[in-house]
Design a protein around this ligand. Structure first.
Ligand SMILES: [Zn+2]
Length: 330
């Protein structure tokens, strides 16, 4: 039985009000960081809309429609995703969707499609979808899931109602992590901070010693500026940590350094054990250099998240060289 995740209630209440007034928008764009549970939310909503139990808050779990949903083959629900992670959602699949949307629904409720992730659509896929968004058939809902909505064409974005899921650091989220982590020996608040407020990602990271890895990454940042390091070796190590995760951590380090540069001794977040080191690095660099490092990391991150097949090792080497050569404060 699908349950709503505790940090998603405000978005849910917004939609529940629209559903009860029969005013749900025909296209929703769900955005937020990876690991915040956008796909989960889309599924909870789809199950609720397909369920035959009138007026229930969530799926009933017992009706014919719910049984089909739980079995993973509801005929009125279509999931559009790339064949492999990082690949494109091709136009053929969108054409299938258009045909699917034209048919009458089989179980008397709605026809629902979920794109996950929507930015995997290539240009012709997006163009095909646009026509359906402009003239949606009756009783249909399209949900676009996106961690990088900036990569979607404006024409698509502007035709959807946007639902934003922000990182969550709340006490409720931390207590959900305690309940679901199956361990007591870790500081969940710090883990959540490392996962940038994305609780499902925090759970995934749990197995991989994220606190140790992030400390080691910070040590590397110091070494890169202090000693003559082997760029290729460091990039290899970072690659073994996961390139995207490393870039997210770097973004958060550079952001904290920028903050510490502007307001020395006054950290943005409370429980970062690396604070003295970040302050020291912030003192050495000028503001423009720090901002440029953040931008560099953010650009590399977006590039890796996009539908391109980039050489991650090369991306990380470029990042290291950028950091190594950023001008010291004179
Ligand atoms: Zn049901």
């Amino acid at each position: 039985m699908l349950e709503l995740l505790p940090w998603q209630t405000s978005q849910w209440q917004l939609l529940a009000a629209a559903i009860s007034q029969n005013k749900l928008h025909h296209a929703l764009l769900l955005t937020g960081p990876d690991g915040i549970g956008l796909g989960h939310f889309a599924n909870v909503l789809a199950a609720r809309l397909l369920c035959h139990q009138a007026g229930a808050d969530f799926m009933c779990g017992n009706c014919k429609s719910c049984l089909l949903f739980n079995a993973g083959n509801h005929p009125d629900l279509m999931l559009l995703e790339p064949e492999e992670t990082g690949k494109q959602i091709k136009v053929d699949l969108v054409r299938e969707l258009i045909a699917f949307m034209q048919q009458t629904n089989q179980y008397g409720r709605k026809k629902i499609a979920i794109f996950d992730p929507a930015e995997a659509m290539n240009r012709s896929s997006a163009n095909s979808l646009l026509k359906t968004l402009e003239e949606p058939p009756a009783d249909t809902l399209i949900m676009l899931i996106s961690h990088q909505p900036g990569l979607l064409p404006v024409t698509i974005r502007s035709r959807c109602q946007r639902l934003i899921f922000h990182p969550s650091y709340s006490a409720t989220t931390i207590s959900w992590l305690w309940q679901n982590a199956g361990t007591n020996d870790i500081d969940m608040a710090e883990l959540l901070e490392i996962a940038q407020g994305a609780p499902l990602k925090a759970l995934q990271l749990l197995e991989q010693d994220p606190i140790g890895k992030r400390q080691s990454l910070l040590q590397d940042l110091i070494d890169i500026r202090r000693t003559n390091v082997n760029v290729v070796k460091i990039a290899e190590k970072w690659l073994s940590f996961d390139a995207e995760q490393v870039l997210l951590w770097l973004m958060s380090f550079f952001q904290q350094m920028t903050h510490l540069k502007l307001a020395p001794g006054n950290p943005q977040t409370g429980n970062s054990s690396g604070l003295p080191y970040l302050q020291e690095l912030a003192n050495e660099l000028d503001l423009a250099g720090l901002v440029a490092c953040y931008d560099e990391a953010a650009q590399h991150y977006q590039a890796l998240m996009g539908p391109f097949n980039l050489n991650e090792q090369g991306v990380l080497e470029n990042m290291i060289i950028h950091w190594q050569t950023t001008g010291k404060h004179s």
